[in-house]
Ligand binder design. Structure first.
Ligand code: AKG
Ligand code: FE2
Length: 173
């Protein structure tokens, strides 16, 4: 049985330490969500029942939008950050809202900090499960087809430190 047709590049970011340092110093975190801290840059976006206002994308993230465009063929206009303080911070099984995305685009996730696993469960057969490590500096791409056919989650992990995920989308305006 084959897993979800994801694209995973474990070494997409040349200097992930510098990106993590910049995020730690520059980002003002939103604490409206109980499970983890978030922050949104770019066009307004409603995610998980929270409305994020428009915030200019800083140059440090625009560079990544350009690299994602060169690699995946679409330019994101929103970057939603998730801060997992430690292994107790997690995200349950879900699929992302694809109705809000530009046609033919998906969700690109850059990870920095502690390696966490992303778990997939088939919507058609819940016994069909896969997981992949999201390492410091990696890029994961999930097409709209992945979202239609699979759920994904970031399970709890014992004894790991801080991780930040940067989720890039081309939101329809
Ligand atoms: O933190 C991650 O890598 C997963 C993020 C995610 O699934 C989401 O923001 O919808
Ligand atoms: Fe997601």
């Amino acid at each position: 049985m084959s897993g979800p047709p994801i694209h995973l590049d474990p070494a997409f970011i040349a200097s992930p330490d510098a990106l993590l340092e910049w995020l730690r110093s520059a980002v003002t975190w939103d604490e409206r969500m109980r499970a983890r801290k978030t922050a949104s840059f770019g066009v307004p976006y409603d995610y998980s029942q929270i409305a994020y206002e428009a915030v200019p994308i800083p140059p440090e993230l625009e560079v990544l939008c350009g690299r994602i465009e060169a690699t995946l063929g679409f330019r994101p206009n929103n970057c939603l950050l998730n801060h997992y303080a430690d292994g107790a911070s997690s995200m349950g099984f879900h699929s992302d809202d694809i109705a809000a995305l530009a046609p033919g685009t998906g969700v690109a996730i850059v990870s920095v900090g502690a390696t966490r696993s992303i778990a997939y469960r088939s919507k058609a057969d819940s016994s069909l499960r896969f997981h992949y490590p999201l390492s410091h500096g990696s890029l994961l791409y999930m097409s709209d087809a992945v979202q239609r056919e699979w759920l994904h989650a970031i399970p709890k992990a014992e004894g790991v430190g801080e991780r930040i995920s940067l989720t890039f989308r081309a939101i329809l305006k």
